[in-house]
Design a protein around this ligand. Structure first.
Ligand SMILES: Nc1nc2c(ncn2[C@@H]2O[C@H](COP(=O)(O)OP(=O)(O)O)[C@@H](O)[C@H]2O)c(=O)[nH]1
Ligand SMILES: [Mg+2]
Length: 439
């Protein structure tokens, strides 16, 4: 028999309340042993929690979710107890003494949910993202994905492919008989064309989805002493990077996680870019350039006062850039250059304008967010694979139907790999339900 697993599902004690979750075939036995009875399904019951020797450990709430209507698809119980270290460890120890019980491994509840068909892979990934979400946009995206939005989309596409293949199969099997016209399969290709376009549009949103999930990368780039580290500290509202009037202080790329307009922004302070003989500084400069090349937005800092060396040309930058004039407090406003934003880390002037300019770019990411978007490289690769097979099937108009059908099978397989639900039974089911062949 399968192990029954248990774990503390809430954060580390101490806390007001702790939730201990149990899943597996011995759940009822475990609940009966520690609480004396099984509460009605999905209803909270107040109870005393005891070990098998009958010693009172705590009082709390017990909930029972009978299989299959539970998170894992197995019998699941939750104990809500006091969130002290001692209460939690006493109850965990009582559970560990029970036959068939063992502590759950990381992600094991979710793994069982997947194995029991309660969640597909995209929902599993969405749940993992939701648990880690730091910002509003991450929360919204992860919540919709964990709720099955991508699953519904991909399974809908897979069903269309299955239907198309069923029509082709029928054509191949019965084309020599008169009761089924030989051109049934021809009707499917326009829909396959539309499907390829739909997946293409979905893929176009992938960049935004990935950025929302992993953070919008902004690099602060400029000559030494222009005020990069000061601006980072100002934006982070704490002293993260060392500020000094000695040129060449910052050498490693320092990354700060900021929440701007509900989005995760990874703001990177870098080494000042200048000619140098110092190998450590040169390595720092190399890393600055890498960070700049990787960034979704480069803030190119320039000194308003003119006392800093002029900004060196940054090689190989193709992305979005914004010129930021620093130390605005030292300069009469009349001299502010037209292009870019003037800021002072000292007085805070212009910082709101800079944040608004970054936020504008973040809102642009949200533009397509009412639609579900792929959020991981894995999705993107498999979707591209799928589209390539569809395009090939469409292009091979003169090829035998078997070969074109095989392309559709491969496309469908790629979608099945995204959701983790590749199966052939599905194909047979559709054939038999849609065709009253009856012979
Ligand atoms: N007056 C004024 N001084 C600044 C401002 N930002 C930076 N500084 C000064 O400029 C020097 C270099 O700053 P730092 O942030 O270390 O520059 P970095 O080398 O580009 O990281 C320090 O002495 C800072 O105090 C500002 O907005 N106004
Ligand atoms: Mg610095």
């Amino acid at each position: 028999m399968r192990d029954t697993i248990y774990a503390l599902s809430t954060g580390q004690p101490p806390a007001g309340v702790a939730v201990i979750r149990i899943s597996g075939p011995a759940t009822r036995f475990g609940l009966e042993t520690v609480t004396g009875s099984i509460p009605p399904a999905r209803m909270a019951r107040f109870c005393a929690i005891r070990n098998s020797a009958g010693e009172l450990l705590d009082q709390g709430l017990a909930l029972f979710f009978p299989a299959p209507r539970s998170f894992t698809g197995e019998d699941v119980a939750e104990l809500q107890i006091h969130g002290s270290r001692a209460s939690v460890s006493a109850v965990l120890a009582a559970l560990s003494a029970l036959d068939g019980f063992r502590p759950a491994e990381a992600g094991e509840f979710t793994r069982r949910a997947f194995e029991n068909g309660r969640m597909d892979l995209t929902a599993v990934e969405g749940l993992a993202d939701l648990i880690r979400a730091e910002t509003e946009s991450q929360r919204r995206q992860a919540l919709s994905q964990s709720g099955g939005r991508l699953k519904d989309l991909y399974e809908g596409w897979a069903t269309r492919l299955t239907r198309a293949r069923a029509l082709i199969e029928a054509d191949i099997d019965f084309s020599d008989e008169d009761d089924i016209p030989g051109s049934v399969a021809d009707s499917i290709w326009p829909d396959i064309g539309l499907l390829a376009e739909e997946i293409g549009r979905h893929l176009a949103g992938a960049r935004a989805g990935e950025i929302i999930r992993s953070g919008f990368r902004v690099a602060l780039i400029g000559p030494p002493n222009v005020g990069k580290s000061s601006l980072l500290n100002c934006l982070a509202q704490r002293d993260v990077a060392i500020v000094s009037d000695m040129a060449g202080t910052t050498r490693d790329v320092i990354e700060v996680r900021l929440d701007i307009a509900g989005h995760l922004v990874l703001m990177m302070d870098t080494a000042g870019i200048r000619g140098s003989d110092n190998p450590v500084e040169l390595e720092g400069i190399r890393r600055s350039l890498l960070a700049a090349g990787d960034a979704n937005l480069v803030l190119e800092l320039r000194g308003l006062t003119g006392s800093e060396p002029p900004s060196a040309e940054i090689p190989g930058l193709s992305g979005d850039r914004l010129v930021v004039w620093t130390k605005a407090d030292l300069k009469e406003t009349s001299g502010t250059p037209a292009a870019g934003i003037a800021v002072s880390s000292k007085s805070g002037a212009g910082v709101d304008t800079l944040i608004a300019a970054i936020a504008e770019r973040l809102y642009a990411l949200d533009a397509g967010m009412e639609d579900a978007v792929p959020t991981r490289e894995r999705h993107i690769q498999l979707l591209k694979e799928c589209v390539a097979e569809l395009d090939a099937a469409l292009a091979e108009a003169d090829a035998p139907l078997e070969i074109r059908s095989e392309r559709l099978r491969a496309a469908s397989h790629a979608l099945g790999k995204i959701t983790g639900t590749v199966d052939v039974e599905h194909l047979l089911g559709v054939i038999f339900s849609e065709f009253c062949v009856g012979k």
